[in-house]
Design a protein around this ligand. Structure first.
Ligand SMILES: [Zn+2]
Length: 310
């Protein structure tokens, strides 16, 4: 229980709610005048409460954010149609609209499930670059007919106003892709970081999609400066579901990893070393044995070379 919830609970008790014990538990007592809902119970995958009315869902693909308000739901990212279906089924039992689907970026493990959102009234939000990048990727994988694209597009900032509740999308520049957005659930102070955050693994890094390790560090610094120390963050990928949420310390670690990666590859460029040589001599980025992903390592170093040689 954080301090805010504690004070609210105490104050509510003073108003006579002490006679309603159910309202005093952490799971149901919220901010003044605000209902805190029990998390959804999907038939598959792993859903757990992050804080307040925000949950995170892992199944197959990037971590999904689920936000419930009294008037409807906001979902962040959609994995794949079969992977997101248990969440959609659980939402449909609540009798409230699925008001918004927000994409953190265009990658298939975050947008392929968009098509499973059948309600045409659901507004799909993303950075303005996402539809073109998503379409390009779909052409390459022969899946053009299986896409649903965001139509509420923005460049720097997008505010979703749900009456008492606010969700704000921020684009601080390209780190992982050209269309990276982090979404801030303001009342619960939870931020979904999308694939700007990978925990205990080497991130997916493709220069053609907009990956830029130097800018990525700046984007993470901007996030640390924008959100306060109480903020809980949801991460796009982690080696275990329980590591898909964390704090600013995780953002700092990710930035340090990118910094170490840049130094490691710059040194290799200066010394005229090939990527093959590097992989043989050093099986992980120095200082980051926790981020050993053998199948991704060589490609990561090759792509970093492209960023840093320019
Ligand atoms: Zn991605």
């Amino acid at each position: 229980m954080n301090r805010k919830e504690f004070l609210t609970t105490t104050f509510s008790a003073g108003l006579g709610l002490a006679f309603m014990p159910g309202l005093l538990s952490c799971s149901t007592a919220g901010l003044m005048g605000r209902t805190v809902f029990e998390p959804l119970i999907p038939s598959a995958g792993n859903l757990s409460k992050v804080r307040g009315n925000v949950s995170r869902f892992t199944n197959r693909g990037g971590t999904v954010g689920v936000f419930e308000t009294k008037d409807g739901f906001v979902i962040i990212d959609s994995q794949f149609p079969d992977a997101i279906q248990p969440v959609l089924d659980a939402v449909s039992t609540k009798g409230k609209p699925l008001a918004f689907l927000c994409n953190t970026h265009h990658h298939g493990d975050h947008t392929s499930g968009n098509i499973a959102f059948k309600d045409s009234n659901t507004k799909i939000v993303a950075h303005r670059r996402v539809p073109e990048l998503q379409h390009l990727a779909a052409e390459k994988s022969n899946k053009v007919s299986e896409q649903r694209y965001a139509t509420f597009l923005f460049d720097k900032e997008y505010k979703i106003d749900l009456g008492n509740e606010k969700v704000t999308g921020h684009h601080f520049g390209n780190g992982h892709t050209y269309g990276d957005v982090m979404y801030h659930f303001e009342k619960d102070n939870v931020v979904h970081m999308g694939d700007l955050m990978f925990i205990n693994m080497i991130p997916v890094y493709r220069t053609a999609d907009g990956s830029d390790s130097r800018n990525w560090i700046r984007v993470l610094e901007k996030a640390q400066a924008t959100f306060d120390n109480d903020t809980v963050f949801i991460f796009g990928h982690a080696n275990k579901p329980e590591f898909t949420t964390g704090t600013k310390a995780n953002l700092k670690e990710m930035a340090n990893f990118l910094e170490a990666s840049n130094e490691f590859v710059m040194k290799a460029i200066r010394e005229g070393k090939s990527t093959e040589q590097l992989v043989k001599e050093q099986p992980f980025i120095p200082g980051f044995e926790n981020r050993t992903t053998p199948e991704r390592y060589k490609g990561y170093l090759d792509e970093l070379r492209k960023t840093l040689a320019g």
